[in-house]
Each structure stands twice: as structure tokens, then as C-alpha cells.
Design a protein around this ligand. Structure first.
Ligand code: NMX
Ligand code: MLT
Length: 471
């Protein structure tokens, strides 16, 4: 069966408002520009940002950003400011801003496939890279450019085929991404001795290629595992999100809109989350974008991070299996307590930084209210919003009892027929390529250094604290 898939793969081997904000902290005023070429826009922006970083270092290099406590060292570096990440910034109460735009602002300002529709992920990519809201023409040009870059070598499919179909979809996806690395332009240029001032150029090439190619690899994994290997070729009349949905096998216009929203909101969540940080760390060794992004995917595959979207739907389904769809509030409370007493987390709730409901949850809820208000699983998700936070608060140790992005995504996908929970994190991974690769291009453009924080032992900490107490 998989040989015929490969034949197919060979056949299609060439798959190939202006607004100005008062906030002067932003490094660009959000504005539409007329140049259709992303690369030349970036080339213009880089020298001024290099100067800006140089000035920041020279004038404020010694300014303190806060104290590092023992709690921070022992507590997963929570609350420790330690990374430069230009593409987005997370506020604990307000949630994410992509280049200073909130999710509702992105929904309003970024070009859509149809009037009033969800943002096109290509538009977000443009915004993350340039800090400017693109025009529809720019986004259309970028869609076309990504399509032109979307060719997958046959050996990438073969690498995936060499794994058992039972391997976790994230393992298959990361394997495919690693196989794409063979074509890294950065690696080739480095081997030829490229000057460090030019690093960003092959990084840009790799990044755009990677972003263009991951939906095909991801769709391949999905169709291989769940649809007898029947591969669906891309539809070049569609945009990035719409085509991804199409290649997975979902052609309903509402599912395509959901995919555009999904890919947009999962793309970036500042730099400290496990996947972004892993990607950034590996990239800091001058590993190319494929190597770096594969590392990010391996972090995303953990249940406390991206795999939580899988865990949420499985958990919700286990609730329904045990108590039925018409579960009472009391039964639901009991189930939540049973989960906690079993030494498990309630997936989809809590966050390392956020202290309020995740705006990515809220926009998915709005989508559900519009398109599937009567879906029993959506109603269960709504009930969980009432039941879980008071229980987590009662535990006394949970810093954020509110739902995160993963609490909602699964029931939306499930409603439109994408019900295979184990696959969900792959969708998250496709989206995250946009944020991680955008920042990686800036890492290279700004010449950010090798990441290498200092670690200490418990002995060291005890001695240090003893000395500190006696002085
Ligand atoms: N259910 C049960 N216990 C929780 C939860 C939860 N949803 N959230 C936090 N806690 C516990 C946590 O395990 C820790 O317990 P202990 O001291 O016994 O180790 C305690 O509360 C304090 O944790 P926090 O400081 O509130 O959270 P932290 O920053 O360490 O972790 C998460 C953040 C997201 C890992 C945590 O909230 C969690 O495990 N949530 C469930 C999994 C999840 O939804 N992850 C997805 C996050 C978003 N994403 O896509 O990455
Ligand atoms: C993310 O999107 O990366 C998650 O919400 C986790 C985080 O920000 O730490």
C-alpha cells in the first residue's frame, strides 16, 4: 500500500488598513506597504534593527532586569527574563500580542480569504517577520511563493514510511522534518564558508521552504495513518490554511476557516515556551532551521506542552464514556477530583505565564458559538469552564486555574470530522513553524549569540545561601 503512496508522491514531487498605534515602544508603525516581496522588505529592515540592538547593548547593557532567586532556579526559571524574542510578547493577564497586535486585532486587520473571515496565516507570517500588516496583494503573493517552495523529496516520505504506522504522529512528523534537512541551504552555505553577516539569507530560504513544506509532510502522516495512505494532492487555488485542510481531506469552507484561525493563533507564544525555547536554543549553535525546528517539535510532543490538545479530547471522551453526554455538574466535579486524586493534571487548564483565560481559548469559543453551538462536546467544554477553575483554585497550589488554548481546539476539530486526537499536536507543530522560523531569521539577522546559561549544583546553592545569610 505504501509503495503506491510513494508513486503518488513521486507524481506530485513538485507539489509542488492601515493603522498607526500610539505605542512608541513598537519598532514599526503597523502599516500596509506596497512592495510585494517579503525578502526585499526584510532586507531593508535588518540594518536599522542591527543598529537598534547595538545601541541597546551600548547604552543599557548593564541595566538590571530583576533578581534571580533560588526559587527561580529550582522552579523551571519561571518569571526569569532571559531571552530576546521579537515576534510576539505574552502578558499574563491579556495574553499574546503578535508584533503588538492582540488576537482580536489580528482578526480585524489581517487579510482574510473572504470578507470578515479568519486571518490568513500567510498574513501573520508577514506580520511576524516585518512588524507590518500586509495588504491582501502581499499575502496573495506570499501564498504563491510558499506554493512554489512546497516540493518534498521522495526520501522524506520514505523516511516516514520506514516507521510503523502505529508510531506516534509527532514521531512521524518530526522524522519527516529531519529528512527535509538534507536540503538545508544554510548548511550548504556554511560548509562553503559564508560570512556571518550573510547568515540570515540562507536561513530565510530554509525557513520559508520549511514553512511551505510542513503541511504536506503533516498531511502525509495523517493520510498514511488514518486514511489508508490515500494522499490528496494540494490545491494551488487555495491559501496555506485552506490547502492544508484540503490535503488532510477536509474541504468544508467552515473547516478551512477553522484551520486558518487554528494555524494563526498557535503560531507563536513568545520565546520561553518549551517548543520555541528548544528551537531557539538549538538554533543558537548555528544549527539550521530544520534541525532547530525538529528540536522544537520534540518539545511540543510533551503532554505538559503541545500534546495537551490530544490529552484534552481523550479526557473529554473518557468523561463521556463513563458518565454519558448529559453529565450533571456534580458528576463532572467528581470526575475532575478523580483525575486529580489519581495524580494527574486536568489537561487544558493552567499555564506557566498566563493568569487569566487564554485569549486563544476565547476566540475558539467564539468560533464554536457561531458554528457549533449545540454540539454536545462543545457544551461539555463550556461546562468545564464553570467546574474546573474553582476546583483547581481549591487545590491551593495552581497558579492559573483558567483554560489554555488546548482546552478548546480538539472539540472543534472533532466536530468537523478530524477526530483522531493523537494527531492534534501535529497541527500545532505546523502552525508553530511560522513563529519559530520567523524569530530564527531575526536571530541570524541580529547575530544573536550561542545560548549557554550557567547551572549550579545543590551543594553550590546551599553554600551560597549559607554565605549570604551570614553576611
Ligand atoms: N491540573 C492539575 N494540577 C495542576 C494543573 C492542572 N491543570 N496546573 C497546574 N497544576 C499543579 C502543578 O502540577 C503543580 O503541582 P506540584 O507542585 O505538585 O508539582 C502546581 O499546580 C503548581 O503549578 P503551576 O505553577 O500553576 O504551573 P506550572 O507553571 O508549573 O505548569 C502547566 C504549567 C501548563 C504545565 C500546568 O498548568 C499543567 O500541567 N496544565 C495541564 C497540562 C496543559 O494543559 N498543558 C498545556 C499548556 C499550554 N500549551 O499548549 O503548552
Ligand atoms: C504555548 O503556546 O507555547 C503554550 O501556551 C505554552 C507556553 O506559552 O508556555
Amino acid at each position: 500500500m505504501f509503495r503506491s503512496v510513494n508513486l503518488l508522491c513521486k507524481l506530485r514531487s513538485r507539489i509542488g488598513e492601515q493603522t498607526s498605534l500610539k505605542n512608541s515602544v513598537r519598532w514599526f508603525q503597523i502599516q500596509s506597504s506596497s512592495d510585494l516581496d517579503l525578502h526585499s522588505q526584510l532586507k531593508e529592515l535588518i540594518p536599522e534593527q542591527q543598529e537598534r540592538l547595538k545601541k541597546l547593548k551600548a547604552e543599557h547593557g548593564k541595566t538590571q532586569l530583576g533578581n534571580i532567586t533560588v526559587d527561580m532556579v529550582l522552579g523551571g526559571m519561571r518569571g526569569m527574563t532571559g531571552l530576546l524574542w521579537e515576534t510576539s510578547l505574552l502578558d499574563p493577564d491579556e495574553g499574546i500580542r503578535f508584533r503588538d497586535l492582540t488576537i482580536p486585532e489580528c482578526q480585524k486587520l489581517l487579510p482574510a480569504a473572504k470578507p470578515g473571515g479568519e486571518p490568513l496565516p500567510e498574513g501573520l507570517l508577514w506580520l511576524l517577520l516585518t512588524g507590518k500588516v500586509p495588504s491582501k496583494d502581499q499575502v496573495d503573493a506570499l501564498s504563491k511563493e510558499l506554493q512554489s517552495r512546497a516540493s518534498i523529496p521522495d526520501y522524506a516520505f520514505k523516511a516516514i514510511d520506514s516507521l510503523p504506522a502505529t508510531a506516534h504522529p509527532m514521531t512521524q512528523f518530526a522524522t519527516g522534518v529531519m529528512a527535509l534537512q538534507v536540503q538545508s541551504e544554510f548548511q550548504k552555505a556554511y560548509e562553503k564558508g559564508i560570512h556571518k553577516s550573510k547568515y540570515w539569507e540562507p536561513t530565510y530560504e530554509d525557513s520559508l521552504n520549511l514553512i511551505a513544506r510542513v503541511p504536506i509532510v503533516a498531511a502525509y502522516v495523517y493520510r498514511r495513518i488514518y486514511k489508508d495512505g490515500k494522499i490528496i494532492p494540494p490545491d494551488e487555488s487555495l491559501d496555506y490554511g485552506g490547502n492544508f485542510s484540503h490535503m488532510l481531506g477536509f474541504d468544508s469552507p467552515t473547516m478551512q476557516e477553522l484551520m486558518r484561525l487554528y494555524v494563526t493563533i498557535h503560531s507563536d507564544h513568545e520565546g520561553g515556551n518549551v517548543s520555541a525555547h528548544a528551537g531557539h536554543l538549538v538554533a543558537s549553535a548555528l544549527s539550521d532551521p530544520y534541525l532547530s525546528f525538529a528540536a522544537a517539535l520534540n518539545g511540543l510532543a510533551g503532554p505538559l506542552h503541545g500534546l495537551a490538545n490530544q490529552e484534552v479530547l481523550l479526557w473529554i471522551k473518557s468523561v463521556v464514556d463513563e458518565c454519558g453526554e448529559n453529565i450533571t455538574t456534580e458528576q463532572l466535579k467528581e470526575y475532575v477530583w478523580k483525575t486529580l486524586k489519581g495524580g494527574k493534571v486536568v489537561p487544558g487548564f493552567g499555564h506557566g505565564v498566563l493568569r487569566k483565560t487564554d485569549p486563544r481559548y476565547t476566540c475558539q469559543r467564539e468560533f464554536a458559538l457561531k458554528h457549533l453551538p449545540n454540539d454536545p462536546l462543545f457544551q461539555l467544554v463550556s461546562k468545564l469552564y464553570e467546574v474546573v477553575p474553582p476546583i483547581l483554585t481549591e487545590l491551593g497550589k495552581v497558579k492559573n486555574p483558567w483554560p489554555n488554548v488546548d482546552a478548546h481546539s480538539g472539540v472543534l476539530l472533532n466536530y468537523f470530522g478530524l477526530s483522531e486526537a493523537r494527531y492534534f499536536t501535529v497541527l500545532f507543530g505546523v502552525s508553530r513553524s511560522i513563529g519559530i522560523c520567523s524569530q530564527l531569521i531575526w536571530d541570524r539577522a541580529l547575530g544573536l549569540p550561542l545560548e549557554r546559561p550557567k547551572s549550579v549544583t545543590m551543594d553550590w546553592l546551599e553554600n551560597y545561601c549559607k554565605k549570604a545569610a551570614s553576611t
